[in-house]
Design a protein around this ligand. Structure first.
Ligand SMILES: Nc1ncnc2c1ncn2[C@@H]1O[C@H](COP(=O)(O)OP(=O)(O)OP(=O)(O)O)[C@@H](O)[C@H]1O
Ligand SMILES: NC(=O)c1ccc[n+]([C@@H]2O[C@H](CO)[C@@H](O)[C@H]2O)c1
Length: 170
């Protein structure tokens, strides 16, 4: 059996931390991180608000992410070997793929592929504080969280609810 598990939700919600714990205990488990599919910085649009629009779907090469998922679906064993994941012989009929990222469920071609969609949510204040302690490859300019990151999070979350996409909140 093949299972695709989504670990989605808000920035700094703990997605990477949870994913790393799951990778240690689940057999034959591969991972794809959505952040690895950000377009180069010079292709990120600047909004009317003056901020680079990192937190929109258009800033990610979702077609490339989908191709990577399809490569796993077509041959999980080969994918595991190529990514240094040991396939355990006694469980070799079970393969798990974790997709980890902040906009996992708003890209239509992927949404029906999940066996289970988990969503990590944290309150505004906690999220803002956690984010302020992080340093990304491209550091957040002042005001980005309130001006762009949090409003986009709310917009995409509302879109999910409106589309009736079922998620399990953690
Ligand atoms: N259960 C938790 N309780 C408190 N803090 C946590 C918890 N899980 C993670 N954190 C902290 O929150 C921060 C973000 O964690 P993590 O990198 O796992 O989140 P993320 O959702 O992958 O973030 P991003 O979307 O920015 O990649 C880190 O500083 C981490 O130590
Ligand atoms: N990974 C990156 O290149 C990058 C650059 C600038 C901002 N981000 C932030 O990553 C978060 C998702 O994990 C988003 O909230 C982006 O703002 C990532």
């Amino acid at each position: 059996m093949k299972y695709i598990v989504g670990i989605g939700g808000v920035t700094n919600g703990g997605k990477t931390t949870l994913t790393n714990s799951l990778l240690k205990v689940l057999p034959n488990c591969c991972v794809i991180h959505q952040d690895d599919f950000f377009k180069p910085q010079d292709q990120i649009a600047v909004g009317e608000d003056g901020f680079k629009q990192w937190d929109v779907l258009e800033s990610l090469d979702m077609e490339a992410m989908l191709s990577t998922v399809k490569a796993w679906v077509s041959n999980p064993q080969k994918f595991a070997h190529a990514h240094g994941v040991n396939v355990q012989l006694d469980t070799s009929d079970t393969h798990i793929l974790i997709l980890e990222g902040f906009l996992l469920y708003n890209y239509k071609p992927l949404v029906d592929l999940y066996s289970r969609r988990y969503f990590l949510a944290v309150p505004y204040e906690e999220c803002k504080w956690r984010r302020s302690t992080r340093s990304y490859e491209v550091p957040d300019p002042p005001g980005l969280f309130d001006g762009h990151v949090w409003p986009m999070y709310q917009k995409y979350k509302q879109e999910l609810e409106a589309d009736g996409v079922e998620v399990a909140f953690l």
